[in-house]
Design a protein. Sequence first.
Length: 322
Amino acid sequence: MRKILAPLALLVLALSACSPSVPNPGDSLATVRVGSLKGPTTMGLVYLMDQVDKGQAAQSYTFSVQGTPDAVSVPLVAGQLDIALIPINLAAVLFNQTSGGVQLAAVNTLGVLYIVSNDPAVAQLSDLKGRTVLNTGQGTTPQFVIDKVLAGNNLADSVTVDYRSQATEVASVLATTPGSIAVLPEPYVTAALAADPNAHIVADLNTEWQSLTGSPLVTSCVAVAKSFSDDNADAVANFMTDYAASVQFVNDNPAEAAPMIVAQGLAPNAQVAQDAIPRAHIVFMTGDGAKQAVIAYLTVLFAADPKSVGGAIPGDSFFYNA
């Protein structure tokens, strides 16, 4: 026997057949593939990553967190990533190498470098005279920053900088060798302060840089592959909105953001992560202010070594406007 539908059921069925389905806001947009680096560069991203893991993001994303800049920049240029959170000077190098194929969309991190010592006699920059300072990143931002600060304080000829391969090595020496002085980024600074009661911050290199140059030390950025943004402007705009909200959440809610930072392998424990957030200088800067700070920063690097920015300071087309 056939089942006869009631008139109301027939009406509902008819309306369902005629009415278009309501799409998910992200259904018509491309999945955005985002790459970033372990450390402060990714700390502002963790709330969005958590939203994606919970299925609560309005747009589709995939994330790749790597330990070295090349592991992010190479896939970005190869078309395997759409957006990357990388050092600003690396974005400039890629822009020059690809004839504008990579653009800077926002500044996401200010200076995260600090001079730390476990020697009570080293309390200010002038106390570095005649001493050796451990550092990482020879030929990259940590070198250019410490060189600028030492020169600006008439210490360039009286301080020896000993370069090591990784921040973990520098942090290990600081932890095991009394009388050590080191340049460290967050969250290694917070971990060092927590582990050794004699460890203390001698100088915030962001503050020192701004004092010498009149411009904030801008170190990392959101870089966009032009080949992706040309065809997916809405997806990029949505990412910028989502990322700005993520940065604000991390800065406004460090206790809640800390476990998210630990979950991404960016800090050893929640307390270190929470304490590191204020000193990580996580930001979301766009517009003329960001542009001026970036150009000022790249100008200093270019003067030190033109190759550090790809041989030329990028022009206006370096800056992405969605």
